[in-house]
Design a protein around this ligand. Structure first.
Ligand code: AMP
Ligand code: MG
Length: 333
């Protein structure tokens, strides 16, 4: 049996380096990074390109044969970034790697493994929650390794999340890491000892807490409110960007993450869920779609066989699925 020691170190270090790069970009831009608009009106920044470049450089060095599904591309780097912005990416990536790199190196890193079909595929979102990153709120660097379409290793850096949920000051930022069958941990982004991750044991609906997207274009807030009402959920609902939501449930800071796109024809992208799903599973929780089907990562860059996402501490999963069914039946789905 492989222990994935090399991959575990790779994802943790790459997520950390990419997360720190994002923070450096934001600090240098005095908290107001500028964005460019991609197709579909989704924002992208020089930090998205920089973070993807450092992650894929690490994968190219350690696992050169593997295939990659990653959100950003060399084509967008060329088409959307100005010459000045491209040079900024070169600067931040060079600084993160501690060596000189060129614009051509960046293009090569960005597209490394694209189109390669392998039994080992990486799902990468260099900045998940770019809208949160731009607002100064939560965002995540997400890296997941799929082996024969099954989640194997994952890391999620959340640079805006405190190490302890009760912590109000001090250094923020965490890295969640999981390996299938070996559990999940969380450690400070700036370095320090890891602790094991466990979902909460809460089952009393009056105390159950929920996390969902900030963006009403990404999730149907009225739908989740209906589900919570039907399930008599009484705890707080917190809206946060990115897969930090999976981290929050995996670390027992909430019990439910629910996602149902207002665009009912849309299938989720795998890099928005791969890392988070393994982390929650290895922390003892559950992640399925809204029908209770396991998330199926075997259909390219989309979760083509799934509808929405429900991630919980496991204990209340069935109750939530029941409430979802009820709310959908009422709305005439
Ligand atoms: P979140 O931060 O949880 O709101 O999710 C951010 C992710 O939402 C991005 O990485 C996008 O891939 C994804 N996204 C973009 N448009 C939509 C949409 N219409 N429905 C659901 N997710 C979307
Ligand atoms: Mg994303």
């Amino acid at each position: 049996m492989t222990t994935f020691e090399m991959e575990r170190t790779l994802v943790r270090d790459a997520a950390r380096t990419a997360g720190l790069l994002c923070l450096a970009v934001r600090d240098d831009m005095l908290g107001q990074p500028e964005s460019m608009a991609k197709a579909g009106d989704e924002p992208v920044t020089i930090a998205d390109f920089g973070a993807q470049a450092v992650i894929l450089d690490a994968i190219a060095r350690h696992c050169p044969e593997d295939g990659v599904y990653a959100e950003e591309s060399a084509a967008d780097y060329d088409a959307l970034a100005s010459e000045l912005q491209r040079s900024h990416v070169v600067h931040y990536v060079g600084r993160a790697m501690g060596r000189n790199v060129s614009t051509d190196d960046i293009r090569r890193y960005l597209d490394h493994g694209r189109g390669v079909d392998s039994g080992r595929m990486w799902a990468i979102d260099p900045i998940d929650g770019t809208k949160g990153f731009l607002r100064g709120d939560q965002f995540a660097v997400a890296i997941g390794l799929l082996i024969e379409s099954r989640l194997a290793v994952a890391a999620l850096a959340c640079p805006m999340m405190p190490f302890n949920s009760t912590q109000s000051e001090g250094e923020w930022g965490v890295v969640f890491v999981a390996v299938r069958g070996q559990g999940a941990t969380v450690e400070p982004l700036q370095g320090g000892a890891a602790r094991p991750l466990h979902v909460s044991g809460a089952q009393e609906m009056a105390k159950v807490r929920v996390v969902e997207s900030v963006e009403s274009r990404h999730t149907d807030h009225a739908f989740s409110a209906g589900v919570m009402a039907h399930a008599s959920i009484g705890g707080e609902t917190v809206r946060i960007d990115s897969q930090a939501k999976y981290g929050a449930v995996a670390d027992g800071r909430a019990e439910v993450y629910i996602r149902h796109s207002p665009d009912r024809t849309r299938h989720e992208r795998i890099w928005d869920h791969a890392a988070g799903a393994l982390i929650i599973l290895e922390a003892g929780g559950m992640a399925t779609d809204l029908d209770g089907q396991p998330l199926d990562f075997g259909h390219g860059m989309r979760l083509a066989k799934n509808r929405g996402v429900l991630a919980t501490n496991g204990l209340i999963h069935q109750a939530l699925l029941g409430a979802i069914q009820h709310v959908e039946a009422q709305s005439g789905r």
